[in-house]
Design a protein around this ligand. Structure first.
Ligand code: GUN
Length: 689
């Protein structure tokens, strides 16, 4: 089954760099550049004990698609029969593994067995000399039961050892910089900040494992685990992969990945196999009483649980370890696919039912995200693209999905009611026209009723009541807010809008009328006028919400526009009063695409999408339409977010291009590899005059 990973060394200038290829919020599909290939994340490093190889590394590579593994350099150093061949032929030969080899340093052994007899520099030098790809410095293990003073000591000793370890690593050995701090959030954040900023002679740390969590996971304290990940993420540089040291239970992957973890490692596949336990994404299953396997698997195909129970210990362990590795890899593939399809939080919701402790952690996260008053929640929400084609499956947990919260935040912060009604009169003191009937697309199901209601009373603002909250009718085709899959009783039991939800839209509840369906025909001329007003209002609402322009300035900009339409009558392109194509509403997701002319207008008004300042070297390429690459950006506004437009300017503030961001402002300042902005249009010099 070999998947044929390329093991060639990366370009020297890329060594240790990490780039994001795809993302769903802070969950990311990444690539880490090493001397034995490009490591694709999120991924699990199976632990290989060089003395007891339950599954041979070569078999992992050939048959299980394992691109990288982790072994223990201290164990190799300690055993003469391993140390000499490792020093002579290198660790790849010792293990017979062509992929990426990561090593730990002996810290865990010191936690389990007490003091170890190797020095801080010595163990790094050894990892360097045996040709490891990513080694680990000798950190100080912080246990969850330790006092604050002891944990402070573990954190500061680890930080103290960091620069000497980085210097000793030399130019080729990448290093893990573990984060300690026990259960104290502030110590975790402090450790992450300091370890993240240590710079060695050649480079800083490449990966940051979160250490000291094995005893926390052994006690199923998943709420503590979630809090630790959040505390670390708050201060860790965004361009460094995060590894959960010793975490390998598939049940924990979705939540950890959704919080921004990139790597896992574990001996669980082998340890659990030894006492007859199966890992599954829903928890652990003992084989004792099984009549059938809970999951289909290549490894267990054709063998019954009772046959496995009758096997010799070694044979049974070997088989179950292979099953455990297979299911672990399969769950990671599922998580990666969920990230690619924007469904990682839906998977977190599903998996949260695997154990009460995991559910407790999820409910904590759900509440925090909904409150959205801390840095990490807002980072998760802001980095979740709010415009996505496709539908949203409603569950009792779906209200906390970060991309929906992002969309709702944009509505709350940027949407305002139209300034004038269809008769051109001010909308001051307008009524709310609440749409409780019909399903999306509402433009088909209720538009004629809305037109009728507005013909009677023009001073009304149509608002749709959905299971995900209130949606102004002028944003009715914004996916996924508009594509909600929910059963009928969910729709029929939505409570009346609270004062708070109306206040969020800048409305008050003093006058709400419910949209009624009617057979009455509205006068044709009036119908056309209201229809056009609704369309116009939709464009200006989207300019507010997606481009950050106010209704007032959009009203001036859109004065006298003309449009062309699709075969179904929907607006495809919008032209300014002087006939320039300025934007196109997107029919598949309800977003809008700016054109160069539109970007130039917004730039000249001095408002609209956030800006970033491009380095001089990159300007000719980006003017030519090439994407903006990390490392060529000199400054950013602080509200750049994935999936939303931005303007790209030079150091004088002149427009160079416009595009759609793939990252947040915080990430733009940190990453040095990969695409930051997908350019949608470069402004040629003669264009901008
Ligand atoms: N393996 C599991 N936990 C740890 C840790 O805290 N530090 C190191 N170096 N290895 C580990």
């Amino acid at each position: 089954m070999s998947v044929g990973f390329d093991t060639s060394p990366c370009r020297p200038q890329d060594l240790g760099k990490f780039e994001i290829k795809e993302r769903d919020g802070v969950a990311r599909i990444g690539r880490l550049f090493t001397n034995h290939g490009i490591l694709e994340t999120p991924m699990l490093l199976p632990v290989v004990n060089p003395n007891i190889r339950t599954i041979e590394p070569r078999e992992m590579w050939d048959d299980f698609g394992v691109q990288a593994l982790i072994t223990n350099s201290y164990v190799i150093w300690k055993h003469e029969k391993l140390r000499t061949p490792a020093l002579e032929h290198g660790v790849h030969k010792l293990l017979d593994f062509p992929g990426i080899i990561i090593t730990d340093s002996g810290t865990f052994q010191s936690y389990v067995y007490g003091d170890i007899d190797v020095g801080v520099k010595e163990i790094v030098a050894f990892q360097r000399d045996i040709g490891v790809d990513i080694g680990t410095m000798l950190d100080v293990f912080g246990r969850p039961d330790q006092s604050i003073e002891e944990l402070r000591e573990a954190v500061s000793k680890t930080i103290e050892r960091a620069p000497l370890s980085l210097d000793e690593a030399g130019p080729n050995l990448l290093l893990n910089g573990p984060i300690q701090g026990g259960l104290y959030d502030f110590l975790r954040s402090e450790s992450a900040e300091k370890m993240g900023s240590v710079s060695g002679k050649h480079r800083g740390f490449t990966v940051h494992p979160i250490g000291g969590i094995v005893p926390i996971m052994e006690r199923h304290r998943y709420l503590d685990l979630a809090k630790i990940i959040i505390a670390v993420r708050e201060t860790i540089p965004a361009n460094r992969p995060i590894h959960l040291f010793g975490c390998g239970h598939p049940m924990l992957f979705p939540m950890s990945i959704a919080l921004g973890v990139d790597m896992f490692d574990s001996a669980a596949y082998a340890l659990f196999a030894r006492d007859g336990r199966l890992l599954t994404p829903d928890g652990t299953v003992r084989i004792e009483n099984l009549k059938e396997w809970p999951f289909a698997s290549r490894i267990l195909n054709g063998i019954s649980p009772s046959e496995v129970r009758e096997m010799e210990d070694i044979e049974r362990t070997d088989l179950l370890a292979r099953y455990n590795l297979e299911i672990t890899q399969a769950e990671l593939a599922k998580c990666r696919e969920a990230v690619r399809s924007g469904k990682i939080w839906a998977l977190v919701e599903q998996r949260s039912h695997s154990s009460p402790e995991l559910r407790e952690a999820f409910l904590f996260l759900k509440d925090r995200l909904i409150q959205n008053n801390d840095f990490s929640s807002s980072e998760i929400i802001r980095s979740s693209s709010p415009i996505r084609s496709g539908s949203e499956r409603w569950t009792s947990d779906s209200s906390s999905r970060p991309h929906l919260l992002h969309a709702k935040t944009l509505i709350r912060e940027r949407w305002t009611p139209p300034l004038k009604n269809w008769r051109g009169e001010s909308m001051n003191g307008a009524n709310i026209l609440l749409i409780k009937s019909g399903r999306s697309p509402w433009r088909d199901s209720v538009k004629s009723d809305i037109i009728h209601a507005l013909s009677k009373n023009p001073n009304q603002i149509p608002i749709i009541q959905t299971p995900n909250g209130l949606l102004p009718f002028d944003l009715e085709d914004w996916a996924p807010l508009c594509h909600i899959q929910a059963f009928d009783s969910v729709w029929s039991s939505i409570p009346s809008p609270s004062d708070e939800s109306l206040r969020d839209l800048g409305l008050n509840s003093s006058s709400i009328s419910i949209l009624q369906s009617t057979e009455e025909v509205t006068d044709k001329e009036v119908r056309v006028q209201i229809h056009e007003w609704l369309e116009h209002s939709q464009i200006s609402a989207k300019c507010s919400v997606f481009l950050g322009s106010t209704r007032e300035s959009t009203a001036n900009w859109l004065e006298g526009i003309s449009v062309d339409r699709s075969s179904t009558g929907r607006i495809r392109n919008v032209f300014s009063a002087d006939g320039r194509h300025i934007l196109s509403p997107r029919l598949h997701d309800g977003g809008i695409s700016l054109t160069n002319e539109g970007a130039k207008d917004l730039h000249s008004f001095g408002e609209g999408p956030p800006r970033l300042v491009l380095a001089d070297d990159a300007i000719p390429f980006v003017r030519d339409g090439r994407n903006v690459i990390h490392g060529f950006i000199e400054g950013v506004d602080d509200n750049i977010a994935p999936g939303l437009p931005c303007l790209i300017v030079d150091s004088n503030g002149d427009l160079v291009a416009h595009g759609v961001s793939r990252c947040t402002s915080n990430e733009i300042l940190k990453f040095t590899k990969g695409i930051a902005i997908r350019t949608r249009g470069g402004i040629k010099i003669h264009d901008s005059e």
